[in-house]
Design a protein around this ligand. Structure first.
Ligand code: NAD
Length: 657
């Protein structure tokens, strides 16, 4: 492991807290040290308060911040004096501790200080760094982990047996540290949990972390237990979308909410799930208790979701101490599925959560394989893990944020998503919490959004094979399909029937009509598996109701599409799939309308562009966002009991009326 410290870069971070920001980001940049909000850092700074007294303040990472992207505002300033007094108390409940920490913050708007604040305060060093380094948790999750870390570190680190995070751990560490630390001590190791380093400067503390973790990596390499190269396993790639969507339905039913499921079948993962001993090594427990709340204590091996749920009930019943406060069971659905065909499936309440689970489990595979090579992976399980999973502070984190957006955990696919109405539909659906797959012939679709809940796929909707491949990719990205927005379409230049070529006619039909039949046919089996019922919205046109001269192919294609929608509504009601249409007119902020066409059309009617844009009964301009909002709402509860409807969005058109 190499130090990423760059003196020139570091010099740009002026002041003790800024230095804390810089080195925290260095730790956060290495996912083998900390993952997604994991790890903790702090610095103790002397400051003058408003009445001129000098106070020592502990700036400790606040909850909700990630080390990789932390800023000064992400550190909570807490008065050291009070923290050291708290550390001397014989006991302190978690709830009281959280309250006390908040009362001692010098900036009320700062994020809540970490539950490890008191532990950081008791360590007598200016900078304190804490990670869950893969190498360290690999060694400590073995039967004789303590002897191994003693052999690796000698008296450089104080070793602490596992104690649940919180006040008791802080007290225990403070006592052990005072009794065992020498001037050679540069770190502290918490069994089955992680490692601390400390120093007088940000650089010293950071580089000690790197050197401590490197020692363990060297040890693992020396024992043939640090094989991070990609094993060569062929990826057999047959379509799995129907299998995956059924599995997602089962998982969602067990969870009680629609879940996002992401599939990972890279070579490395397939090598892991293909191991003969998978059933044993994967059922020992998580690499660090920090992961339990995201990944659940154990992955499901195979596809028996019901069996997993029963085992979860039994586990809960075993440890649920009825005498204690009323602990209600979390949902019993798995968060990781290991399957020889599907590879690893990561499950989350939304795409971001599923992405975090996937990252954690990718690292867990390295840890488990390393520890197995050392002689056997042996992690915390049983009561210790139950106590973390049902720890009120962790559960409070899960509950944070109030009611989730309407389409949380659901997956939508939009065709023609790179521009105009389709692009606006992507935004409207993302905003309502859905994971969205956007398809377009324009390759710019791949770059439309860089976020875990969006997947842009280049696809010509007239190519059946490309559609099948895109659906396969979409389901592998998010687990299934709940909502389909059929939007891709073209509006060719005006042409009277007597000069309309067969080629032109067929081209319009291929995109505006035939492609939609293929989507409907191919998506039907997936929509049937939508946990809350499938929904389809078709972008039709005013031309269905009021065709225009010179638009024969377009009007005919949209009218035929309208009839297709009505038949689908009749056929799919039993499958709990509803399908409705929107008939927009004159949506000018789209690719169909260039400035040039707009000016030409306006002058044709002897209107200004402004008059032409609002040339309807209500005298309003229709935007692609207006259409998209309606499309999104049609997938929601407002239209729960409506199918085969066609809703105009045209400001009132006298020919339609
Ligand atoms: P737009 O041109 O901005 O968007 C259409 C998108 O479809 C583009 O990104 C385009 O690349 C994509 N597309 C075209 N051919 C494709 C293919 N073969 N495969 C994949 N993607 C393809 O236009 P828009 O106005 O947003 O159109 C969207 C829908 O709205 C169309 O079905 C159109 O008929 C309908 N509509 C638009 C208006 C309007 O005034 N803009 C009015 C009524 C209906």
């Amino acid at each position: 492991m190499k130090s990423l410290w760059n003196e020139a870069e570091a010099a740009r971070y002026k002041g003790e807290l800024a230095q804390r920001v810089y080195s925290s980001r260095l730790l956060g940049a290495d996912t083998s040290l900390v993952l997604h909000g994991g790890g903790n850092t702090s610095v103790k700074i002397k400051e003058k308060n408003l009445v001129g007294e000098e106070e020592e303040i502990l700036y400790v990472k606040g909850s909700g911040w990630d080390l990789a992207t932390i800023e000064e505002a992400g550190f909570s300033p807490v008065r050291m004096g009070h923290l050291l007094l708290l550390a001397k108390l014989p006991s302190l409940s978690d709830r009281e501790m959280v309250k006390e920490l908040k009362t001692q913050m010098t900036r009320p708007s700062a994020p809540s200080p970490s539950v490890e604040t008191i532990l950081h305060a008791t360590l007598p060093y200016k900078y304190v760094d804490h990670t869950h380094a893969d190498a360290v948790v690999t060694v400590t999750n073995t039967a004789n982990g303590i002897e191994r870390v003693q052999e690796i570190y000698g008296d450089q680190v104080v070793i602490i047996p596992y104690v649940m995070p919180g006040f008791d751990l802080a007290r225990f560490c403070a006592e052990k540290f005072a009794a065992q630390a020498t001037e050679r001590t540069i770190g502290m190791l918490l069994m089955n949990h992680g490692i601390f380093s400390f120093g007088a400067t940000a650089r010293e503390s950071y580089e000690r972390m790197i050197s401590l973790v490197s020692l363990t990596e060297e040890y693992l390499k020396g024992h043939g237990a640090w094989n991070k190269s990609q094993p060569k396993v062929a990826v057999e790639d047959k379509p799995v979308r129907h299998t995956l969507a059924s599995l997602r339905l089962e998982v969602s039913e067990a969870a009680g909410f629609p879940a996002i499921v992401t599939m990972h079948n890279d070579r490395r993962t397939l090598a892991f799930v293909g191991r003969q001993d998978l059933g044993e090594i994967s059922q020992q427990g998580p690499a660090t208790p920090d992961h339990v709340i995201r990944t659940k204590r154990l992955p499901l091996v195979g596809r028996d979701v019901q069996g997993y749920v029963e085992a979860y009930f039994a586990y809960f019943a075993e440890y649920n101490p009825t005498a204690k406060e009323n602990k209600t069971m979390l949902d019993p659905a798995p968060r990781v599925i290991l399957d020889s065909e599907l590879g690893m499936c990561a499950i989350g309440r939304n795409a971001k959560a599923a992405a975090i689970v996937a990252d954690i489990y990718h690292h867990t595979m390295d840890v488990i394989e390393g520890a197995t090579a050392l002689g056997g992976y042996q992690a915390l399980l049983g009561k210790d893990i139950f106590d973390i999973e049902y720890w009120e502070l962790e559960q409070a984190k899960l509950r944070k944020g109030g009611t989730p957006p309407m389409f949380t955990g659901e997956v939508a696919l939009v065709t023609g998503a790179a521009s105009g109405i389709g692009k606006a539909c992507v935004d409207a659906l993302l905003q309502r919490g859905a994971a969205v797959v956007g398809l377009d012939i324009n390759p710019a679709i791949a770059e439309l959004h860089k976020r875990p809940d969006f997947c842009g796929i280049t696809c010509d909707v007239t190519d059946e094979q490309a559609i099948a491949a895109a659906l396969e990719q979409a389901v592998r990205a998010f687990g299934g399909l709940d909502m389909l927005i059929l939007n891709a379409g073209i509006f060719p230049l005006g042409c009277p029937i007597d000069s309309l070529s067969t080629q032109e006619w067929r081209k319009v039909m291929a995109i505006n009509l035939d492609a939609n039949l293929i989507f409907m046919r191919e998506c039907h089996p997936l929509l049937k598996l939508a946990p809350q019922g499938g929904r389809v919205v078709v972008i039709g046109s005013k031309n269905v109701l009021a065709p225009g001269p010179g638009a024969a192919a377009y009007s005919a294609s949209k009218a035929a599409l309208n009839q297709l929608v009505r038949v689908a509504a009749l056929e799919w009601g039993n499958d709990n799939i509803r399908i409705n249409s929107i008939h927009p007119n004159a949506v000018f902020d789209t690719g169909l309308w260039t400035e040039e066409v707009l000016t030409a059309r306006a002058s044709h009617y002897k209107l200004t562009v402004e008059e032409y844009k609002t040339n309807n009964v209500l005298k309003v301009e229709i935007t692609s966002r207006d259409v998209a909002e309606l499309a999104a709402e049609m997938c929601g509860p407002l239209f729960a009991k409506t199918t085969a409807a066609g809703v105009p969005i045209d400001g009132g058109n006298d020919r339609v009326i």
